[in-house]
Write a protein that binds this ligand. Structure first.
Ligand code: COA
Length: 153
């Protein structure tokens, strides 16, 4: 008998024990990755740190900072092999849901001006560009602007 099982995908808290896998993805998908210390601090600071996991495969992760009035998505990443399959959208929806539960008024995030894929996803989810931070990010040649985006809840 040929039995195929489809394991469900789970959104759950990120733990220090996940960080070996998180940092591998981080280095795979970002030219200027966060350090291990950035993730350790985010967990210690009690930011909302989440992973997306199927079985024992870590598909992606994200971190959001919450204050009484607003939330800030600090990072969002999907492993290269799992990109463009709808997981980034689901992870962002998960964060939007958590922010709504806390009754914050809006969610902010920054995205590189050249990151058209991510910007496309954010616009699709209702984020609007509200400002530009000139030279905010390091880049291969000098610096790159950040688009500041906001979603009103
Ligand atoms: C950006 C990222 C989180 C999106 O996650 P994903 O799972 O690949 O995206 P999804 O499959 O959920 O796609 C959502 C929408 O964005 C679009 N999109 C995603 N990546 C894209 C890309 N590189 N180019 C163009 N469009 C893209 C999809 O086509 C889809 O739009 P559609 O519904 O109109 O087809 C993921 O690609 C990633 O981790 N990239 C590298 C790290 C990064 O840039 N993080 C964001 C930092 S601000």
């Amino acid at each position: 008998m040929n039995i195929t099982t489809r394991q469900t995908v789970e959104f759950r808290k990120m733990y220090p024990s996940d960080l070996d896998r998180v940092i591998l993805i981080e280095r795979e998908i970002f030219l200027f990755p966060w350090s291990l210390g950035n993730f350790v601090d985010s967990i210690k600071t009690d930011y909302i740190c989440r992973v997306l996991e199927q079985g024992n495969i870590l598909l992606g992760y994200g971190i959001m900072m919450m204050s009484p009035e607003e939330a800030n998505v600090l990072t969002l990443g999907i492993a290269a092999d799992w990109q463009k399959k709808g997981w980034g959208k689901q992870l962002l929806q998960h964060f939007i849901h958590l922010a709504k539960e806390q009754h914050v008024k809006s969610i902010f995030l920054d995205v590189r001006e050249s990151n058209h894929g991510a910007a496309h996803l954010y616009k699709q989810m209702g984020f609007q560009q509200i400002a530009t931070r000139k030279g905010y990010y390091p880049a291969m040649c000098g610096r790159e602007n950040a688009l500041v985006m906001q979603l009103m809840l």
